[in-house]
Design a protein around this ligand. Sequence first.
Ligand SMILES: [Zn+2]
Length: 168
Amino acid sequence: MALTSAVAAPLLPAPALVAICLMGEGGKILPTQFMEKVIKTDAEWRTQLGDEEVYRVTRGRDTERPFCGAFHDHKVPGIYFCVCCDLPLFRADAKFHSGTGWPSFFQPIAKENITVQSDRSHGMSRDEILCTRCDAHLGHVFPDGPPPTGLRYCVNSVALKFVPSPTQ
Ligand SMILES: [Zn+2]
């Protein structure tokens, strides 16, 4: 009978797992699954993202100027993904015209994919939204959206990567 070792294995930092939803065939959202968080150094993000504004907004929690982003007036059917880690975030059919100058959605593609946390910067109390998998700053969520949720996910265009639906 083998004796089990009484010496405890050295404690390794557990990989941070997050529950998220990926997209399958035909844009179908798959059941929630656990995946490792995407963690990179600032230098790695800078190299990957290339563009200074994309880096500043997503990794530095900045905000792009209103009415300047690529998607504030964008009405093509498709899916918006996280620019940093390609997690699907919003469907074009949840987008609405908010008049704010930033792309606005009334719901995410899966609630798991967006993390909401309190943001008290700039003398305001707001709810910041982040990509659950890589912690990219996306924007903020406000309780003044249209039905059915009454929420307005106000997102920076530069935090998003758009893939149009295949035309039938
Ligand atoms: Zn991400």
